[in-house]
Each structure stands twice: as C-alpha cells, then as structure tokens.
Design a protein around this ligand. Structure first.
Ligand code: SME
Length: 163
C-alpha cells in the first residue's frame, strides 16, 4: 500500500504532488467509490496544513448530500445554490473563501471554521459532487489550492460514480 510522505518544510505544490500521487495510488484497481472517496479524505486531511474538515458532497437529485469526510459532524444535505458548496456546484468552478463570515450564505456546519475552498467534480457539464476543505485558520486556502484540487477532482471524476 502507498504511504503518504510529506517531508517537513515541503511547499504547498510539493504537498499537492504527494496528495495527487497518493490518491492515484490508493484508488488504483479499487472499484468501490465510497472506499476510494474515504481514503482520499484521509489523504487530504493528513497532508494539507490547517485542514480541520475534508470531505465530499455528492449531487443526488437537486441536493448535495454528504459523502465520506474527516472532521466534525457536518450538514447532511445542502439545497441547490446554498452555501459555498452550492455556489461552486452552480458556477461549475472553484470557490475560495478566505473569510467565511464575509461569504453571504455560508453554511456554518462547524462554528470554528474560518476559511474554506470548494471545487466541483465535473463530468462534462454534469456536477457529480464537490470536494470541500475547511480550516479553523483564516485565509488558509488560495488559488494554488483551487488549481490543485481541480486536478484532484479530475482524478475523482474517473472513479465509478453511479449513472
Ligand atoms: N460550509 C459549507 C457547508 C459544508 S461544511 O463546511 C462541511 C458551505 O457553506 O457550503
């Protein structure tokens, strides 16, 4: 089994290179979507600095429904266009929120959350779900996170999602 190795002092890009390589390795040959998403949340939470919550919401009908995650208890269901997750799904583009209190409609699952990044998982124009990272530190995420999570979302899109 591939083990996650993040050297002390690694840059964000170096950490994401390890995240992407580890995610690719753990899903290799494994067809089960839930198992794969679960392991990817572990990789994200363990590797990235300041991440207090890492998880997936899946598009089920109109709503985004909670999938595998690591962190505190979270909202189960997010209605269309609601919160940062709904905004990213609607826009079909990443949303970086340096200060959650300044984002109108932010859904506070965890009162300690200060910043967030959400990236849609797209198959063509269809939204399969989103990747959501929260931090208890303000300004923990930037465009590098958004860019690199788009690469992770492309890998996740290739998994066995239901039709
Ligand atoms: N804050 C998110 C809700 C999900 S939790 O952060 C896990 C939002 O506004 O969509």
């Amino acid at each position: 089994m591939h083990t996650l190795h993040v050297p002390a002092g690694a840059s964000k890009l170096e950490i994401y290179a390890e995240v992407l390589a580890t995610a690719a390795a753990v899903v290799e040959g494994e067809p089960d979507l839930v198992a794969n998403l679960a392991n990817i949340t572990a990789v994200l939470k363990q590797a990235l600095p300041g991440v207090s919550w890492a998880g997936f919401y899946r598009q089920v009908g109109e709503d985004l429904v909670l999938g595998p995650f690591q962190g505190k208890l979270a909202c189960t269901r997010i209605g269309p266009g609601k919160g940062v997750c709904g905004a990213a799904a609607d826009r079909r583009a990443p949303v970086v929120v340096p200060d959650v209190d300044a984002f109108p409609g932010h859904i506070a699952c965890d009162a300690a959350s200060r910043s967030e990044v959400v990236v849609p998982i797209l198959r063509g124009d269809r939204v399969l779900g989103v990747i959501d990272l929260d931090s208890d530190r303000p300004g923990n995420f930037d465009d590098i996170d958004a860019e690199q999570l788009v690469r992770l979302a492309a890998l996740v899109e290739g998994l066995a999602w239901p039709a």
